[in-house]
Design a protein around this ligand. Structure first.
Ligand code: SAH
Length: 231
């Protein structure tokens, strides 16, 4: 299976803190409104059928459901999915969560989704291109795929590993493996090889002095790509 058991375990061990906005998951809470608005502006979510791959505790999945989408979230961490389920009960925002690999989901439901998202997950899997192919299979012709990951260059190493894990201690040490980071050129190649168009890139930056995240054209560290499946 295209999954690293250590990665899944890492997220499972932290899962009970997923919805604590001051926890290890604080960065996901803080970037969520920014990425949600970007997605919703490019592919209005109300009434759409959405698949969120690597949904974890459901921060993005729930927020897309709040926008009126019919959301299914999949992940391989059972603990994270349990937390996601409990949270959706508590917040009364309905999301379907499933413990299934992206590739298997794609074989079961090809071409069924208007929008497929896969955020902050590709840098944790052994074969990210296979996940991108699964996303491309899941989306309908004319539908949209949104991916995000960490770029691989000295600045990304400094910010995402040294800064976040060692200096600012925002993330536990060992959260990210620099060797698995993916450049925009590599990700574009995966996307095109999967038969999708690359429509736009967006950078997500963090200012350690103001502690503010922002969307901009700087894709040096964390970035997203919007893709679409030709009709
Ligand atoms: N996408 C969510 C969570 C990101 S954390 C968000 O951005 O808010 C990364 C998630 O990827 C974790 O929940 C982890 O369990 C999941 N993950 C890691 N490897 C995976 C794999 N091979 N298949 C499915 N999920 C995976």
């Amino acid at each position: 299976m295209n999954a690293d058991p250590h990665e899944i375990q890492k997220f499972s061990e932290l899962a009970h803190r997923w919805w604590d906005p001051t926890s290890e998951f604080r960065p996901l809470h803080e970037i969520n409104p920014l990425r949600l608005e970007w997605i919703n502006a490019r592919a209005p979510l109300a009434g759409k059928k959405v698949m969120d791959i690597g949904c974890g505790g459901g921060i993005l999945a729930e927020s897309m459901a709040r926008k009126g989408a019919d959301v299914t979230g999949i992940d391989l961490s059972e603990k994270a999915l349990k937390v996601a389920d409990l949270h959706s009960l508590e917040s009364e925002v309905s999301v379907r969560y499933k413990h299934i690999a992206a590739e298997e989901m794609a074989a079961q439901e090809p071409g069924q989704y208007d929008v497929v998202t896969c955020m902050e997950m590709l840098e944790h899997v052994p074969d990210p291109a296979s996940i991108v192919r699964a996303a491309a299979t899941l989306v309908k012709p004319g539908g949209h795929v949104f991916l995000s990951t960490l770029n691989r260059n000295p600045k990304a190493y400094l910010f995402a590993v040294v800064g976040a894990e060692y200096l600012l201690r925002m993330l536990p040490k060992g959260t990210h493996d620099y060797a698995k980071f993916i450049t925009p050129a590599e990700l574009s190649q995966f996307v095109r090889e999967a038969g999708l168009n690359v429509d736009a890139f967006k950078g997500l930056t963090y200012n350690p002095l103001t502690k503010i995240y922002a969307l901009n054209q700087d894709t040096d560290v964390n970035y997203m790509v919007a893709c679409s499946r030709p009709l």
